[in-house]
Design a protein around this ligand. Structure first.
Ligand code: G3P
Ligand code: CA
Length: 264
C-alpha cells in the first residue's frame, strides 16, 4: 500500500504481524510466522540481534530471559544477554513453553531461517534492535541478507523494509545498502522538520499510534513516504488508524485486523 493517488482507488491498509502472530504464538518464532501467514498477514515484522559468535538471530529483548528457559539451562550466566551466548547455546533453549505448553520445543530462529519461513508468502519488516551494541552489524546484515535468495526475491518485489529507532545507525546502513527501503521508528511524535528530513533518504516513518494524529499521516504522505503505526491491538484503535489512511498497521492480532478490513 502507498499513499492515495489522485483519482485512484483508496489503498488497502497492510496487515503487519508484530513479531509474527504474537498474540497467539510465542513471539519471533517460526510458529508465530506460520500463524501470521495463516491469518493472512501482508507483512511479518521481526527483531534482530547478534550472538557471541557473530550469528544473526530473531529476538526482541537484549536478554534471553523473558522468552526462553535460559535461566534453567544456564543458571550461572546472568544477565543472559543474547550477545554473550553462541548460536549453538541459544539453539538449546526452549522459546515456546513460556507462552503456552503446546509450543514447547520452539527454537530461536536465525535470520536466515526466518527469511526462508516467510519466503514469498508475505513482505518482510526487519528491525535490528539496539544496533549500537553490535559494532559492524550493518555489514553482517547486508552480507547475510544478500546471500538469501528469498530476501533477494522480496527486495525485487518491493516487499522488504528495514526499520530502526536508531536513525543515525539506519543512515549508515542505508549508505551501505541504498537499494533497501528503510523506515524510521518513532516513540515520540515526529515534527514536520523530522518528516521533511526523513524524506530525503527514507521510505517510511513508523510511529507509535498513540503519539500521532491525522495531520502526521497527511504530512508523511505529502512528503512522499509511507506510514505504518504500532502496536495496535484493539479494534477501536485499528479503526482510527484505518480512517486516518495509514499504509500499514503493526499488530499482535493480524486476524482481528484482517476481519475488520474485510467487514469494512
Ligand atoms: O514495528 C514496530 C515495533 O515493533 C517497535 O517496537 O519494541 O515492539 O520492537 P518493539
Ligand atoms: Ca520490533
Amino acid at each position: 500500500a502507498g499513499p492515495a493517488t489522485a483519482g485512484g482507488a483508496e489503498p488497502e491498509v497492510e496487515v503487519i504481524a508484530h513479531r509474527g502472530s504474537s498474540g497467539a504464538a510465542p513471539e519471533n518464532t517460526i510458529a508465530a510466522i506460520r500463524l501470521a501467514l495463516a491469518h493472512k498477514s501482508d507483512v511479518v515484522e521481526n527483531d534482530i540481534q547478534r550472538t557471541r559468535d557473530g550469528e544473526l538471530v530473531i529476538m526482541h529483548d537484549l536478554t534471553l530471559a523473558r522468552t526462553t528457559d535460559v535461566e534453567e539451562v544456564f543458571p550461572d550466566r546472568a544477565p543472559w544477554n543474547v550477545r554473550d551466548f553462541t548460536l549453538a547455546e541459544i539453539k538449546q533453549l526452549d522459546a515456546g513453553s513460556w507462552f503456552a505448553p503446546e509450543f514447547a520445543g520452539e527454537r530461536v530462529p536465525t535470520l536466515a531461517e526466518w527469511v526462508n519461513a516467510v519466503g514469498d508468502r508475505a513482505g518482510m519488516l526487519l528491525e535490528p534492535k539496539s544496533p549500537e551494541l553490535y559494532p559492524g552489524i550493518e555489514a553482517d546484515l547486508d552480507e547475510e541478507l544478500r546471500s538469501l535468495p528469498a530476501f533477494n526475491r522480496a527486495l525485487r518485489a518491493d516487499r522488504v523494509v528495514l526499520q530502526s529507532f536508531n536513525h543515525v545507525w539506519l543512515r549508515v546502513y542505508k549508505d551501505l545498502a541504498p537499494d533497501v527501503p528503510v523506515g524510521l521508528l518513532y516513540g515520540v511524535k515526529p515534527t514536520e522538520a523530522d518528516i521533511a528530513a526523513a524524506a530525503t533518504w527514507a521510505q517510511q516513518v513508523n510511529p507509535a499510534l498513540g503519539v500521532i494524529d491525522q495531520a502526521t499521516v497527511e504530512q508523511v504522505h505529502a512528503a512522499g513516504m509511507e506510514i505504518n503505526v504500532w502496536t495496535v491491538n484493539g479494534g477501536q484503535d485499528m479503526r482510527r488508524a484505518i480512517n486516518w489512511q495509514v499504509d500499514g498497521i503493526i499488530t499482535n492480532y493480524p486476524q482481528v485486523l484482517r476481519d475488520i478490513l474485510r467487514r469494512g
